[in-house]
Write a protein of this length. Structure first.
Length: 445
């Protein structure tokens, strides 16, 4: 069942049916027990009255003073019966007419209580006990018709079932009204989503019930993440266009020169600028290779993702024969966008490989979030240079190929995730970069 309202109705109906059945069973069992106990108590009192009515005549023969008993025992098939066994005689109530009860003779003083079929096919509850009277045993059995009690219980069950059905109907109506009013919030959210699609708003309102607020917050997170990615993509395109603008203009001017072939210097200039364009394009392609081709996810598993990234770097810098080592904490996982983490690590490692003489070391561990350290054995930087490393377009050494955007991109990603980045000297002789990202399901808002 796909309807949320239908599921709620079904759940309520099942719960009410189970509850009503349980309540009906408990009430009926309790009333049956109480009624039976009261009936047994009444039969016991009648048995004691019968015991007091047992006498011995002047001739020593047993007798029963019936006048001391109620008239109910004198009416035929009244539903109240007794038998008394004393001194070899068996006295019966006139209500039995020409029938008799099953005469039991218990050995001890404990009463025997059982259901039997009596006169006129009545269902009787019979109570039997052994007494002592005038030094002789007296066996008294008293019985009462429980048919009226059962009929009353059946009637009660019917009324209870009808009342339960009526109550269920009322509760379902009340629940329907409550659910419809609650669903009105979802309708408002649907209107906001439509307004979002039309460009009328940029975020969903968080003025919603507590159960729906997490969903709205996650949608707003995704909207912000998409907005940030779009901005980063625009920055990348702008960076590329800016990097290509001047060389292309120069090439266009040189291409119009008719004496190009007679001036080798011009050809060298064209070749130089062409190489510069090629390096910029390679840098952008390298970033794409670092990001991978997978669908963005919400969990970065370093042990699965890092080996392929290191393999790409070894192929890019194969001419340097770098020794790139990785130390990853076992079971390390971080809840974040996979492409963001690959881009962050790719730029950090690319920068280290660019400056390293022969060794690069990367370490990832967890400490209230994700911690990344990348070191190299390159020439390193002084304090003034470290303070400018994350500035967009800054290149510490113009002799090394690059655009000066790698660490600036790292800084942007760290800022989005509300993390920190620290530059220092490495024990390997070069630069050490430590990035700490806090525990967070999504980038900061």
């Amino acid at each position: 069942m796909k309807s949320l309202q239908g599921r709620l109705h079904l759940g309520l109906v099942l719960s009410l049916v189970i509850l009503m059945l349980l309540m009906g069973w408990l009430i009926q069992s309790g009333m049956t027990r109480v009624s039976r106990d009261m009936m047994v108590s009444r039969l016991e009192h009648d048995a004691e009255a019968l015991l007091a009515s047992v006498q011995l005549g002047q001739d020593g023969r047993p007798a029963l003073q019936r006048a001391r008993l109620g008239n109910i025992y004198n009416q035929p098939f009244s539903g109240h019966y007794y038998t008394v066994g004393f001194g070899g005689e068996n006295f019966r109530s006139r209500s039995l007419w020409d029938q008799s009860l099953v005469q039991l003779k218990p050995d001890g003083d404990q009463a025997i209580i059982e259901s039997i079929t009596g006169p006129d096919n009545q269902v009787l509850l019979q109570w039997t006990r052994r007494y002592e009277r005038f030094g002789q045993p007296v066996y008294i059995s008293v019985a009462e018709d429980i048919g009226p009690l059962k009929a009353a219980m059946r009637q009660f069950s019917l009324y209870f079932a009808l009342g339960s059905l009526a109550m269920m109907g009322v509760l379902l109506l009340i629940q329907g009204v409550i659910v419809r009013r609650s669903m009105a919030t979802l309708r408002d959210i649907r209107k906001e989503v439509q307004a979002l699609s039309d460009g009328e708003i940029s975020m969903l309102s968080d003025n919603v019930p507590a159960e729906i607020r997490p969903l709205v917050e996650e949608v707003n997170h995704l909207l912000l993440l998409l907005s940030q990615r779009l901005q980063r993509s625009r920055n990348a395109v702008g960076n590329l266009a800016h990097s290509l603008k001047h060389p292309l203009n120069l090439l266009m001017q040189l291409a119009d020169n008719e004496v190009l072939q007679r001036h080798p210097q011009l050809l060298d200039a064209i070749n130089s600028n062409t190489q510069q364009i090629r390096r910029v394009i390679e840098r952008e392609l390298k970033r794409a290779r670092f990001s991978g081709g997978g669908v963005p996810g919400q969990r970065f598993i370093a042990r699965e993702e890092l080996p392929s990234l290191l393999d790409v770097l070894r192929r890019i810098y194969h001419h340097k024969a770098l020794d790139i080592q990785a130390d990853i904490m076992p079971g390390l996982e971080y809840v974040a966008d996979r492409n963001d983490m690959l881009e962050l690590l790719g730029n950090l490692l690319d920068n280290a490989c660019k400056w390293a003489r022969g060794k690069v070391h990367v370490r990832l561990w967890q400490d209230n979030g994700l911690c990344i350290q990348v070191e190299d054995d390159g020439p390193g930087c002084d304090e003034e240079q470290m303070s400018r490393l994350t500035e967009r377009g800054v290149r510490i050494d113009e002799s090394v190929n690059g655009s000066g955007l790698g660490l600036a991109i790292v800084q942007e990603i760290v800022k989005i995730y509300r993390g920190s980045i620290l530059f220092s000297g490495s024990g390997m002789g070069g630069l050490s970069v430590v990035v700490k990202l806090p525990v967070s399901t999504f980038p900061s808002r």
